[in-house]
Design a protein around this ligand. Structure first.
Ligand code: OAD
Length: 325
């Protein structure tokens, strides 16, 4: 796509903001880092940099559905550190909420699973959580769905949540909670290593749990493991993602603002090229991207950039404070 020559400065971005009525805002982990929530790929600080101790070929395997089915302990050794537990939202969330309040927000496509859009007041009809969320969790075997937060205590305690429905059907042959005969539960240690060698994907044997506890009753792995409904690599995105994009937004959008994402993960990375080429595109992030050609790149801390956009637009109602009303 050739650059639209008429837009290139921050003042052009402000003009576009003021005149546009149907803005798509596509967000990634960068909009939450000011709250202390790590992004994924920033060197040194991103989540993937911190997973070297797991010894994975690729840290993305933590969110790989095939790996999860073989060895859920890998995901659960990380999960308790990424549970949504923040009440505050960032100025960038507040900026998106302001676009909504001004009747300008068409849709916020968020790749984030921290649920902070809702805290900022972005309404469900304007929000697509492209990579799902922790709001619900499902059994990988039977699909039984439960509220996500009903598993948080177990996840925080280092246990692997199991499906109660599956357990009812296997109560006589297996232990529903993963607890041993004396009620001892399987533990996932914070560093993912346990005190014994960590199991590799594929090591699980439905008839043997000896590596963990020689005295525990055999764990029946056919009894379902619960998985938060965040979208893993290898899983389809929620239906509403492509439905909203193709049937609702594509013909309405008049401005795209991409904030705090490296655009490395498809199909979200394909949203911008999918939209009509005459729709202006703004990119706000610390790190430039070379694989998508934006009209305007506003490089820097997104909270600072959006505050400056609002200042120049005269939007004095922009809220810098980061607590829910
Ligand atoms: P990344 O970590 O790949 O990219 C975050 C981007 O935000 C980087 O370009 C950072 O430079 C930038 N950034 C960080 N803090 C910022 C700040 N305060 N202001 C401006 N920019 C900032 O995260 P995502 O693109 O969101 O998927 O990652 C996409 C998907 O990859 C995630 O949803 C996740 C991951 O694997 C799943 O888990 C399925």
């Amino acid at each position: 796509r050739a650059k639209l020559p008429k837009y290139n400065s921050i003042d052009d971005a402000v003009d576009l903001l003021k005149k546009s009525k149907n803005i798509i805002v596509l967000t990634g982990a960068g909009i939450s880092t000011s709250l202390g929530i790590p992004d994924f790929r920033s060197k040194g600080t991103g989540l993937y940099s911190k997973l070297e101790h797991l010894g994975l070929n690729d840290p993305q395997e933590v969110f790989d559905i095939t790996v999860f089915r073989q060895d859920p302990t890998i995901f659960y050794s990380v999960a308790r550190d990424i549970l949504p537990n923040h009440d505050r939202f960032s100025p960038t969330h507040a900026f998106i909420a302001l676009l909504q309040a001004k009747g300008k927000l068409l849709t916020n496509y968020s790749q984030n699973i921290d649920n902070l859009e809702a805290k900022a007041g972005i309404t469900p009809d304007k929000l697509i959580q492209c990579h799902g969320s922790f709001a619900t969790a499902s059994c990988v075997k039977c699909g039984h769905k439960v509220p996500g937060d009903s598993l948080f205590a177990e996840i925080k305690a280092g246990d692997i949540p199991r499906c109660r429905k599956c357990a009812q059907g296997t109560r006589t042959t297996s232990n529903s909670s993963g607890a041993g005969p004396h009620g001892r539960k399987r533990k996932v240690h914070r560093d993912g290593t346990d005190k014994k060698p960590r199991r590799r994907p594929g090591d699980y044997d439905s008839n043997s749990d000896s590596e963990y506890d020689h005295h525990a009753a055999p764990v029946n792995w056919s009894c379902g493991v619960m998985k938060p409904d965040i979208t893993f690599f290898g899983e389809p995105l929620p239906d509403e993602f492509s439905r909203r994009l193709t049937e609702h937004d594509r013909d309405r959008v008049d401005l795209v603002i991409v904030i705090g994402t490296s655009l490395k993960v498809a199909p979200v990375s394909e949203v911008v090229p999918f939209l009509p080429p005459n729709v202006p595109q703004i990119y706000i992030s610390r790190t430039p991207v070379s694989h998508v050609n934006f009209d305007i790149d506003l490089l820097g801390d997104c909270d600072v950039v959006v505050a400056e956009l609002c200042r120049r637009a005269g939007w004095t109602e922009f809220r810098h404070e980061m607590v829910p009303e």
